[in-house]
Design a protein around this ligand. Sequence first.
Ligand SMILES: [Cu+2]
Length: 157
Amino acid sequence: MSHFPKIAIVLVLSVTLWGCSSDSNNGSNNGGTDGGDAGNGGNDGNGGGDGGGTQQPPEVVDCSSATAALSIEMSSTAYDPAGGQVSPGDVVMWTNKDPFAHTVTSGKPSDSDSGSVFDSGNMSTDDTFCLKFPSAGTYDFFCMIHPSMMQGSISVE
Ligand SMILES: [Cu+2]
């Protein structure tokens, strides 16, 4: 007779533990700390031409008349996916699915010349930005508003 309550307690405990274990993972990821601009003195001295080929920079195209080979969404303060591989001549389209602004800006946040190759400017919710990549290469991009959280790279080959 006296065993019954103990068994019942054990059962209740284990059920309770199970029930609790699933939803502790919400991690609200609030960005913050945008690390100001810290004007990164030059010193790049990037000599040495690429040797041959007509390297054409990415070109902004109208998304409504372009067929994107790769689509990247900006959502939850992240690029999804954070880049990918396309072929020369392909178009990549970015779409902002967050309820706040993002950018698609060339380079890395630490580059002194970031934004010199392309820059979407602030994109509001549902805004799109399309780039055509005529030439092979690696094209880094990041969000100027969330540089530490949003970086990506397009490989054209
Ligand atoms: Cu952003």
